[in-house]
Design a protein around this ligand. Structure first.
Ligand code: AMP
Length: 127
């Protein structure tokens, strides 16, 4: 069953045009925009336009058209940023936080594309 979606989350407001964003790419089912607090020289968020809370929700509930569009949008943004390894780019990291343990702040699915510097360990060592 789909998770309960809060239509007042900040990315829903961006999708409704209620607050501004710095758009990188817009497709039929997806939107990519610059993170407001970048943690790397390139930090772009890609979100589906549909009301999905996090990745498992999207992967299980979204239509094939939405999934293909979203996945292609991620690839297109990497191409636009010039970060594709092996094709002149120096690589990137794709992150999608989910729920409390994932420290997800905004309850609308987003993937972070981070690039432009060496990004360090994937996870900090446990304390
Ligand atoms: P997460 O912890 O994975 O939910 O990440 C949420 C991300 O959204 C953070 O990196 C924030 O900096 C970013 N963010 C929050 N509000 C905005 C906004 N209005 N425009 C762009 N990025 C935002």
């Amino acid at each position: 069953m789909a998770k309960t979606y809060d239509p007042q989350n900040i990315f829903a407001k961006i999708l409704r045009g209620e607050i501004p964003n710095k758009t990188v790419l817009e497709t039929e089912h997806s939107l990519a925009f610059h993170d407001i607090a970048p943690q790397a020289p390139h930090h772009v968020l890609v979100i589906p336009k549909g009301a999905y809370v996090c990745y498992d929700d999207f992967a299980l509930e979204a239509s094939e058209a939405e999934i293909v569009d979203f996945t292609r949008a991620v690839g297109e943004v990497c191409r636009m940023l010039g970060v594709q390894p092996g094709e002149g780019g120096a690589g990137f990291r794709l992150i999608s936080n989910a729920g409390d343990n994932g420290l997800q702040e905004v309850p609308h699915l987003h993937v972070h594309i981070l690039a432009g510097r060496r990004l360090g360990r994937m996870l900090p060592l446990p304390e």
